[in-house]
Design a protein around this ligand. Structure first.
Ligand SMILES: [Zn+2]
Length: 373
């Protein structure tokens, strides 16, 4: 059970001027027994679990954390149902809540503009009940940070545009190499998405300008009997010299490659296998897989240490290799999170802005003005 700490809480009341503010002293413990806090600014009380997937759940938090962890690592739902004596719909509901929560955490922590240097993107086929779904994923090479993804019943333009938009949401306007497969949709999607409005100060349709130095490298593999027989590397946008600079800078190898995204794909495929096969309805399947992707992705980013990300350091007076998670490598956090920490992370609403005065001034002001003129 999480310790009650009002200093780490914020007011959830959207009408409160102190909403989303942490450590301002406006939150006090309302009841230890009921585990409720109170905002002294607006007087509203809220449950300690507000803003987490545990809100309104009657089960113990430890149990939910355990089940969600098992799900995220690919444990079959049937095994969980039998082992814990839970209803399948309950497990389904927890998975959905956890996935939606992780999507918010991802948007808040990962989708912040950063110098990405080198990104790799790819699509995987996910077997769902009765048919195939496609998932496109993107990874930042230097930090191994999963940047996001998209799900679609088809391997179409929409799938690719969405994943490219996810990359764009985490990108600063700096030189960036995007390594992909031979799918032509990436080239058009990157050209369409990596553009900014040019401030003209005029009304009407804004002028869009393409970001400079966005490079697209394609690695096309030809297979025969399940083996790679030929690899063709080409630049669809930008020069080889520019690409080599970014490859070296990101530590992503000496040759154009998609090795990092392929490894990430394997992790996702393994963990998602049992999460996708739940329903026959294709729309619901897409939604379930979307939520599952965020659950797996957030645990990968925040709760999993990677040997390749370790750095030399000092621990307890001794020189040691210190393992890091992708989130640590990207300076999002300073430690490896537990799944409970991830599920308890509350995303504060944007700060309250006083409403703008619009239109006619209030009657009283108008009367005073009239008296003076
Ligand atoms: Zn408040």
């Amino acid at each position: 059970m999480e310790h009650m700490n009002p200093q780490a809480q914020f007011c959830h009341n959207m009408a409160c001027s102190a909403r989303g503010k942490i450590g301002q002293g406006n939150i006090v413990v309302h009841s230890h027994k009921e585990r409720r806090y109170k905002c002294s600014m607006c007087g509203k009380t809220f449950a300690a679990t507000k803003g987490t997937p545990f809100y309104w759940l009657r089960h113990q938090m430890d149990m939910v954390v355990l089940v969600v962890t098992l799900l995220a690592y690919g444990c079959p739902v049937q095994a969980i149902v039998i082992a814990f004596g839970l209803d399948e719909r309950t497990v389904s509901d927890w998975q959905k809540r956890a996935g939606q929560h992780c999507e918010q955490v991802h948007q808040k922590l990962v989708q912040v503009p950063r110098d990405l240097e080198h990104v790799q993107a790819d699509e995987i086929r996910v077997k769902a009940q009765g048919h195939i779904l496609w998932m496109a994923l993107a990874i930042m090479v230097r930090t191994r940070l999963w940047l996001g993804g998209s799900v679609s019943p088809q391997r179409d333009r929409g799938l690719i545009v969405q994943v490219v938009q996810q990359i764009r949401a985490s990108a600063l306007c700096r030189p960036l190499l995007i390594s992909v497969d031979g799918l032509a949709a990436y080239v058009t999607a990157v050209r369409e998405v990596f553009r900014s409005r040019l401030p003209t100060g005029q009304r009407g349709r804004p002028t869009l300008v393409a970001w400079p130095s966005i490079l697209i490298g394609q690695v096309v593999k030809r297979y025969a009997q399940g083996h790679v027989v030929e690899v063709v590397r080409r630049m669809a946008q930008g020069t080889w010299d520019q690409a080599m600079t970014l490859l070296t800078q990101s530590g992503g190898g000496r040759m154009l490659n998609v090795a990092y995204i392929e490894r990430l794909n394997a992790t996702f495929r393994m963990r998602l296998a049992s999460l996708a096969r739940r329903t026959r309805n294709p729309v619901r399947q897409t939604k379930t897989l979307h939520a599952a992707m965020y659950l797996v992705g957030c645990i990968y980013n925040c709760c999993t240490e990677h040997a390749s990300l370790r750095i030399p350091g000092i621990l307890g007076g001794r020189r040691k290799w210190l393992p890091r998670t992708p989130a640590m490598a990207a300076a999002i956090t300073d430690h490896c999170w537990t799944v409970e920490e991830l599920l308890c992370y509350r995303v504060p609403p944007p700060a309250w802005v006083p409403p703008k005065r619009r239109g006619r001034p209030p009657k009283a002001v108008a009367l005073v003005r009239a008296a003076w003129t």
